[in-house]
Design a protein around this ligand. Structure first.
Ligand code: NAD
Length: 487
């Protein structure tokens, strides 16, 4: 079995314990992973703290930091195929997507490399004589980063890029479900020449590793991606160290199709929105809200496309839907489909666990019209689409906003004024009009409501990893007058 190591203080090392990682396509263990517990976490955080205040990193110019990020970007691009294969092996995400996504991850590092020396302070036109006052922007401190198993290289790039551009040091915790790609990525960080302690990459379990990291007294900020329930633990733990938090959580994103939309194009976008990555995407367009007059036509189109999807080995370039990442994830999906069927949802296609090895689940469509189905409210994080229809634009908007989440949304219409009304009315961090699942380092991303807070991507994300320091400089050589009066 292949063995992986932790990356702490610029060195590769074993963890306090180890565990097996399972290939979701076969259900069999394929690699041994190091398990970081409290002592490893402490060592990693201390090394990040030392690197932030004492090491060579603290003396680099912002331009030099940017150069290191450019180097890392080049290494990610050059090694994308190898990293993709590891991510596919460890998480079951199809190679077709991991290879394209990881090649694009390099662009995130390039974007933030360019931003490193454009994070500017400001000068304040202060209301006092003989006084110069300005704001410095300094790194927020040591950052804890915690990510889930889907798209780990991507979800960490949107944290590492801006944090390193801002001058922070960090400890990144890879998910215990499929940590291979991030542990391998550590080798690229090392090769790029980041000083020891600037980037530490560990993995381990939620309570013994993630929690120990999040509440560590030296952590200033926790950048978390995962489910809302875990986020509550993260926020509670931050009461210990009073670290700030940014939370990228789940979703139940509406996908609205009006009768005037290009239905073929919308159906392709819906397939991308719910079946790509086997539905294990936080932005999955999991609630189809379709105009009643075209519902049957659109559902027939979707059913045909869903049933034509090529299910197979995630390592095969021709495969379109691979296995789910874990057996636990499949059980959760299956149970939610069952509860929804029991509530009255009608299975249009799929809905059954297939026979055979691996954690496969077929593309599934549930018609939930007139049914109070739990599938409309709860996140599957799998390839299951719930469908409801509407008669009016107001009803479509009401249904779209009928969720505790607010991450992404899609609107399909040829009517420009209607598109504008909806993009304003939808309560979600992203609105895609006549497209879906498009991302870019230039475009901020994040949620409303239980989908979290904070934005990743874009210039502001780098500023979020800074804090300001106000500097007052008196320019008069006269002695300070009356010491009992505030200046
Ligand atoms: P999860 O919340 O179970 O785990 C995420 C990470 O948190 C893992 O690394 C885990 O070890 C860690 N963790 C667990 N308990 C912890 C604790 N007490 N303290 C600190 N860390 C702890 O999520 P998951 O099931 O692995 O991933 C699926 C969820 O992630 C879904 O809800 C999905 O929507 C969400 N997600 C969101 C985005 C986004 O950008 N908004 C992207 C991808 C996934």
């Amino acid at each position: 079995m292949q063995r992986f190591q932790l990356y702490i203080d610029g060195a590769f090392c074993d963890g306090e314990a180890s565990f097996d990682s399972v290939d979701p396509a076969t259900g069999k263990a394929w690699a041994q992973m190091p398990e970081a517990r409290e002592a490893d976490v402490d060592r990693a955080v201390e090394s990040a703290h030392k690197a932030l205040y004492d090491g060579p990193w603290s003396k680099l110019t912002a331009t030099q930091r940017g150069k290191l990020l450019y180097k890392l970007a080049d290494l990610v691009a050059a090694n994308a195929a190898r990293l993709a294969e590891l991510e596919t092996l460890d998480t079951g995400k199809i190679i077709r997507e991991t290879s394209a996504q990881i090649a694009y991850v390099a662009e995130y590092y390039r974007y933030y490399a360019g931003i490193a020396d454009k994070i500017e302070g400001s000068y304040l036109p202060i209301d006092k004589p003989d006084m110069e006052v300005w704001l410095r922007r300094e790194p927020v401190g040591v950052v804890a980063m915690v990510v889930p198993w889907n798209s780990q290289l991507f979800l960490s790039a949107v944290k590492l890029g801006p944090a390193l551009a801002a001058g922070c040091t960090l400890v990144l915790k890879a998910s215990e479900d499929g940590p291979a790609p991030l542990l391998e990525f550590a080798r690229l960080v090392h090769e790029a020449g980041f000083p020891p302690g600037v980037v530490n990459i560990i993995t381990g379990f939620g309570p013994s590793c993630g929690a120990a990291l999040g509440r560590h007294p030296r952590i200033a900020h926790v950048a978390f991606t995962g489910g809302p329930e875990t986020a509550r633990h993260v926020v509670r733990n931050s009461a210990e160290n009073l670290a700030s938090t940014s939370l990228e959580l789940g979703g139940k994103s509406p996908f609205i199709v009006f009768a005037d939309a290009d239905l073929e194009s919308a159906a392709n976008a819906q397939v991308a929105g719910i079946f790509a990555a086997t539905g294990q995407s936080c932005v999955a367009g999991s609630r189809l809200i379709v105009e009643a007059s075209v519902k049957d036509r659109f559902l027939a189109l979707l059913k045909r496309k869903a049933e034509a999807v090529r299910i197979g080995s995630p390592l095969d370039m021709a495969t379109e839907v691979g296995p789910l990442a874990t057996a636990r994830q499949r059980q959760h999906i299956d149970a939610l489909v069952e509860r929804s069927s029991a509530a009255g949802a009608r299975v249009v296609t799929g809905g059954r666990v297939p026979v055979g090895e691996g954690f496969y689940y077929p593309p599934t469509i549930l018609d939930c019209d007139g049914v109070d189905s739990p599938s409309l409210a709860e996140e599957f994080f799998g390839p299951v689409l719930s469908v409801v229809s509407f008669e009016t634009e107001e009803e479509a908007l009401r249904l779209a906003n009928d969720t505790v989440y607010g991450l992404a949304s899609g609107v399909f219409t040829q009517n420009l004024t209607r598109a504008h009304r909806l993009m304003k009315g939808i309560r979600a961090g992203v609105v895609w009009v006549n497209t879906y699942r498009a991302v870019s380092p230039i475009a901020p991303f994040g949620g409303f409501g239980l989908s979290g807070h904070g934005r990743e991507g874009g210039l502001a994300a780098a500023l979020d990893y800074t804090r300001t320091k106000t500097v007052w400089l008196r320019t008069s050589d006269d002695p300070i007058p009356d010491p009992f009066v505030m200046r």
